[in-house]
Design a protein around this ligand. Structure first.
Ligand code: DNO
Length: 352
């Protein structure tokens, strides 16, 4: 396992020298945040970022994310030129030593939560999702600001974009994803750079928009449609785990055995009961016993099936008075990293 940490670039208050001091850390996963979605990432900018990371004693072998333009997801006539740009970015990243690209295919919104600072029993706060709150939101009628939402859209632009998705159902979105992968995967094979799609978070439709990377059946379908090991996943335990139907231990073992897990996002969540039976969960500390997911079982299944790749502790809580970027403070993610590292060491040594 190669332990990494998400770094939001030079403006991230969690600096590279702090990240380096976390035991077992080999690198960061990051991105060029200033390049507009759809434009080519040039070699000079990539190298400048990489140099900064390498100078701090860390590697930059995973990019999270190279965003996919909405025109590609919508399958419009503008998509081919944008895919050409994406391909050039892949070539440039490969030239700079990048091995894995994490991306997602969620229309309009990336990850969605209803609360940024849900206070838990021990006084820490964390991200939470309450289906009752989300059901009451309508981005077509009222401007909203929630984590994971692209705030660069004006209200009118957002409405116009959402309207265009009225024509796109899950099958159409899936076809558009296969078209995109059909064009980029041969290039990835040639440059030896692996694509790792991030599952939809949460893994079900929101606001009437289609979501397709949600379950074992859907991932199987995607792998069959573009049958190359370069077409893989970011196994995000907290995203897929939010759907109780997903058996994460089984999926981890199965996809690792197929050599399709190129990146691991490890985090735990805890399901809570609601009076009306609707879904509510909050993000918990990483260890198995602190949440509803079997983090040990997932790591064991990955290890038993040959995974030894890039991993990062995903979302942390705010603890010890920290008031970090939602999900991305220092302390709890660092605790998560050392927990994951320790479990991994124990699994490896118990095999000897
Ligand atoms: C949230 C992240 C996601 C992820 C993208 C990948 O914390 O896991 O925003 O980076 O979905 O494209």
């Amino acid at each position: 396992m190669k332990m990494t940490f998400r770094w939001y670039g030079p403006s991230d208050p969690i600096t590279l020298d702090k990240i380096r001091q976390i035991p077992g850390m080999t690198g960061v996963v990051t991105a060029l945040y200033t390049i507009p979605v759809g434009e080519v990432w040039d070699v000079d900018s990539i190298l400048a970022l990489k140099m900064q990371v390498n100078d701090a004693g860390l590697e930059m072998e995973v990019i999270e994310s190279v965003p996919v333009h909405e025109e590609i997801k919508l399958g419009s006539e503008k998509r081919d030129a944008l895919i050409d740009n994406y391909i050039q970015t892949i070539r440039n990243l490969a030239e700079c030593g990048v091995k894995v690209i994490c991306y997602n295919f969620m229309p309009v919104f990336d990850w969605v939560r209803s609360e940024l600072k849900y206070v838990t029993e021990d006084g820490s706060n964390c991200l939470a999702y309450d289906q009752r709150t989300v059901d009451g939101l309508d981005p077509r009628k009222k401007s909203l600001s929630l984590p994971g939402w692209d705030e660069s859209y004006s209200m009118d632009e957002l409405s116009a974009l959402l309207k265009r998705y009225d024509e796109i159902d899950e099958d159409k979105l899936f076809d558009n994803m296969v078209y995109f992968l059909g064009r980029i995967i041969p290039v990835c094979e040639e440059c030896d750079i692996k694509m790792a799609v991030h599952p939809d978070d949460p893994p079900w439709s929101l606001f009437g928009l289609p979501r397709i990377i949600t379950s074992e059946a859907q991932i199987d379908k995607l792998f069959a449609a573009v049958d190359s090991k370069y077409n893989g996943i970011t196994l995000c335990t907290g995203s897929l785990g939010a759907s109780r139907g997903n058996d994460l231990v089984k999926m981890a073992g199965k996809y690792a055995a197929m050599d399709r897990v190129h990146f691991l996002h490890a985090r735990n969540i805890i399901f809570r009961e609601t009076d009306d039976g609707r879904l509510f969960f909050n993000e918990s500390p990483h260890p198995t016993e602190c949440g509803s997911l079997d983090i040990y079982g997932i790591l064991k299944a990955l290890s038993d099936n040959g995974f030894n790749g890039y991993t990062r502790p995903d979302h942390g809580r705010n603890i010890w008075g920290e008031d970090g970027k939602p999900g991305y403070g220092l302390y709890d993610r660092a605790l998560g990293a050392t927990y994951l590292y320790g479990v991994w060491e124990a699994i490896q040594k118990s095999k000897c």
